[in-house]
Design a protein around this ligand. Structure first.
Ligand SMILES: *Cc1c(COP(=O)(O)O)cnc(C)c1O
Length: 463
């Protein structure tokens, strides 16, 4: 589907027409373990808990809206990825999904590396003690200052995204008396089966250098010729929220073909291949994500097979999951405010946040579910749309879902699977105060990113 938001305002037609909803779930009080963080359960009196703490207590202590992140789930997912890929591969967590200093420390403790794509992300990583050699630097338009910083601190790799950048990084590295390890990001002509805004490997897009027309081969030629660069491999990232491994297969095959061409032309076997991130998670019960070990096996098999066929030694594989690690580990807790039944349509349930804490529904037409978490209810299901408090009718958090018909102002509802691309894409629209991220683990809760205050807003406004 191709679509763009109208700059002048809400997309009424888009927002109002479609009916995505299915039948109400058999049990509105049930929490699907696929969609919710691992330690989320309902206790005996019907209140939902995470990390052993009732959400009602969390709301009292930390307020709403707020993101609650299940730390043990996050760590377990890191370990699952690290174990699945083993010692012959590297897992880089994509920091843009959600990054904070606590997250950086967890990654280090669980043995993961880190992708950053801006000076701000790099600063966060270094400040929290991530060794520079475990950081990969991405982006289609890294500034000279960002490149200088990355080279100076000695990041493990810079992923080159254009011909200009090949020259730019080489020049900067040489000036600084360094030889920078780099990969070249190629576009393999695969369009991942997902929304166009987040599919990134087809050719008509801003990222990477096309394999087609010999462009990537030319990029390799140039990189190999420059003293400031040590070209270690080829990088491909084909999209986001992908369930079908077929796209990765094609991508791996084409990247290996390029490695074979490079060997034939230059007598060099590049030792690394990075297949990017983009693995899907369950936002609703209808999604069926792959487990890390299945993904590792599928990718390992295809790369090994293609390399054998091409007579190449199998390169070291790396992957860059962001969403698949942090996405499922958090939910957003909201307090219900105004409830507006629209006869024959649906009931609009307004919460105390909205598109400022979750832009994905408005931006990507994303699907979410929602549950009443401060109590259980035996009331009949009602079809709802969960909306925020922003001055914009596209301000939708959950397009279509069912909540009990006795829902009332003051109830707490939670939207699961908001760990990725929610806080990291949060805005101050309408001067909203960005919510905190609270890590919950083993009966303890601690703020890892605090709630913004009105003082924070005014501090930026210098009058
Ligand atoms: C965004 C991005 C990722 C992570 O994508 P997810 O969908 O969060 O797994 C990995 N690599 C690159 C280069 C990216 O741009």
């Amino acid at each position: 589907m191709s679509r763009s938001a109208h700059p002048a305002g809400p997309r009424h037609a888009d927002v109002m027409t479609e009916g995505h909803y299915t039948a109400p779930p058999a049990d509105l009080n049930a929490l699907d373990g696929k969609v919710w963080a691992r330690t989320v359960t309902r206790d005996e009196d019907g209140t939902v808990t995470v990390g052993g703490i009732e959400v009602t207590r969390l709301a009292e202590e930390f307020g709403t809206p707020a993101y609650f992140l299940d730390e043990s789930d996050f760590r377990a997912r890191c370990r699952a990825w690290a174990d699945a890929f083993g010692r012959d591969a590297d897992v880089f967590y994509a920091g843009k999904a959600f990054l904070s200093r606590a997250v950086v420390r967890w990654l280090q403790e669980e043995g993961l590396n880190l992708d950053v794509c801006s000076g701000g992300e790099l600063t966060t990583a270094l400040d929290a003690g991530m060794p520079a050699e475990r950081i990969a630097f991405h982006g289609n338009n890294k500034t000279v200052a960002e490149i200088e910083r990355a080279v100076t601190v000695g990041v493990g790799r810079i992923v080159l995204d254009s011909f200009q950048e090949i020259a730019r990084v080489a020049h900067i590295a040489q000036r600084l008396g360094k030889r920078q390890r780099v990969q070249i990001r190629v576009t393999v002509g695969v369009e991942a089966h997902t929304h166009e805004f987040i599919a990134t490997a087809h050719e008509d897009q801003k990222f990477g250098i096309a394999l087609a027309g010999g462009q990537a081969a030319e990029a390799v030629r140039r990189a190999l010729a420059l003293d400031g660069l040590e070209l270690t491999g080829i990088h491909s990232h084909i999209g986001s929220q992908i369930f079908d491994m077929a796209g990765f297969e094609v991508s791996a095959r084409r990247v290996v073909q390029l490695l074979a061409e490079v060997r034939d032309e230059h007598g060099v076997e590049l030792p690394e291949i990075d297949l990017g991130g983009g693995l899907g998670i369950a936002y609703t019960s209808e999604d069926d994500p792959r487990e890390p070990h299945e993904i590792a096996k599928a990718l390992g098999d295809i790369v090994t097979r293609e390399c054998e066929a091409a007579g190449l030694a199998t390169p070291r594989i790396s992957v860059e999951p962001g969403r698949a690690i942090v996405g499922p580990t958090a939910f957003t807790l909201y307090e219900v405010g105004t409830i507006k039944p629209l006869e024959g349509l649906r009931t609009y349930v307004s919460v105390d946040g909205g598109m400022s804490d979750n832009i994905r529904t408005a931006l990507y037409d994303a699907e979410y579910t929602v549950a009443l978490v401060s109590r259980t209810s035996d009331a009949e299901p009602m079809l709802v749309r969960v909306v925020g408090k922003h001055c914009e009718s596209g301000d939708i958090v959950v397009k279509d879902a069912f909540l009990p018909s006795d829902l009332a102002p003051g109830d707490l509802i939670a939207v699961p699977a908001t760990g990725a691309y929610c806080r990291s894409m949060a805005s101050n629209y309408n001067h909203a105060l960005r919510p905190p991220v609270v890590a919950v683990r083993d009966g303890g809760a601690r703020v890892i990113v605090r709630r913004e205050t009105e003082e924070d807003l005014l501090r930026l406004d210098v009058g």
